[in-house]
Design a protein around this ligand. Structure first.
Ligand SMILES: *Cc1c(COP(=O)(O)O)cnc(C)c1O
Length: 386
């Protein structure tokens, strides 16, 4: 089989998504399954839909187009503010987009009018992480302005935490989002749509509390208030929560495996020799060095193995090697490991688990093949039709 390659276990992803969907349903929260880390892979999207997600979400219009070209008809949310230059594509491919700029919503309105569609809007609110979002005090005038835009439906508000600054979702910021939803309903509710599953009349349908970093809060038993939606990527794909990167109970953390092939294996001194400058990526090597190599000197040696995988393919710092093996370093095309007492022959394959950063880059590398594994019970389900 070709190497390097990513093995993707669709049944494990399906299990993770279904488990989270069920746990959150009990808390009144629906899930948008986020596919940006897997570039909108239709097989993975299909597994999420079978698991009961309410919608799919992606940050890139290109990935959303991939989903649509695979004839996926589920609701899709663009979870990054649209580029003004892409409003026509956004309206054509996505049902909902998150927004923070009036000019963009105006552009979406023009595009939606021209396409004879209605485009849904979720307004993102800044609650402290300092990434995207309208400042809370500016939200009501913003809502006031967009309610008059033709072919635009205000469907909800949301926030995103724990990304740029690591601000944790908690009772305080989630209560603030709930309070904002209440006040928008009180002021503008009569001009909004019926609230889903609610006898409370008209108002915001979606109050989206955040991403995988919200799970600890959402499942803690805390009052969820008006929060009825989360956008989940990492927790579903890697089975871990991103605040402390702890595995989530009952989920698989090994749905993705990166496999690389050995191209050299030799016993070598464990320290370099010669004059030392910067490495290929501009770092200074931390270890002391011996200027001259003396083959007779007693020095520590390691069994150093090189794999055909590099920083052009993945984030070497985000790879977890098998037990007994350590990653020593990486350049663009070489991953160097200390294989301990194992003597791996050329051609052998080594399997790594990946963190989010390594996964995103491995999915994006044109040099890494992707192999989707479906359990026999799932292979009957056609991947691309619904
Ligand atoms: C990436 C992203 C998500 C999903 O984040 P995970 O940590 O992978 O769950 C949700 N919302 C927004 C706005 C995002 O950019």
């Amino acid at each position: 089989m070709t190497a390097p390659r990513l093995e993707i276990d669709l049944e494990k992803i399906h299990h993770n998504a279904r488990t989270l969907v069920n746990r959150l349903r009990g808390r009144g929260i629906s899930v948008t399954g986020v596919t940006k880390a897997v570039l909108g892979a239709p097989e993975i999207a299909a597994a999420l839909i079978r698991a009961g997600v309410w919608a799919l979400g992606d940050s890139r219009i290109e990935n959303i187009r991939t989903l649509r070209e695979a004839r996926i008809t589920a609701p899709i949310m663009l979870i990054r503010s649209p580029m003004l230059s892409q409003v026509e594509q956004v309206v054509a491919q996505a049902d909902i987009s998150v927004n923070t700029e009036l000019d963009v919503v105006r552009g979406l309105s023009h595009a939606a009018l021209a396409a004879r569609r209605t485009h849904g809007i979720v307004l993102m609110v800044e609650l402290g992480d300092l990434r995207e979002g309208i400042m809370p005090g500016d939200l009501e005038p913003f809502v006031q302005a967009i309610l008059d835009f033709p072919n635009i439906a205000l469907r909800g508000i949301g926030t995103n935490l724990a990304c740029r600054s690591g601000v944790a979702p908690d009772a305080r910021n989630m209560a603030e989002l709930s309070a904002l939803a209440d006040s928008i309903d009180a002021t503008f509710g009569h001009r909004l749509r019926p609230r889903l599953g609610s006898s409370a009349g008209f108002g915001l349908e979606i109050v989206s509390g955040g991403n995988s970093a919200n799970l600890e809060w959402a499942l803690s038993g805390a009052d969820t208030g008006r929060i009825n939606h989360l956008r989940l990527g990492e927790a579903i794909l890697l089975g871990c929560e991103p605040l402390h990167r702890r595995p989530i109970d009952g989920l698989y953390t090994d749905a993705f495996t990166l496999i690389a092939e050995v191209i050299e294996t030799k016993v070598k001194p464990s320290e370099p020799w010669g004059d030392i400058g910067q490495t290929a990526f501009g770092e200074m090597p931390p270890r002391a060095t011996n200027r001259i190599f003396d083959p007779t000197a007693e020095r520590p040696r390691t069994t150093q193995t090189i794999l055909a995988l590099g920083r052009q393919d993945t984030d070497a710092d985000g790879l977890l090697p098998p037990a007994g093996m350590d990653i020593l370093g990486a350049s663009s095309d070489h991953l160097i490991v200390d294989s301990g007492c194992l003597r791996l022959s050329v051609g052998a394959e080594i399997r790594f688990q990946l963190n989010y950063s390594a996964l995103v880059r491995a999915m994006t590398s044109p040099f890494i093949a992707q192999v989707m594994k479906a359990a026999s019970s799932l292979t009957r389900v056609p991947a691309l039709t619904y």
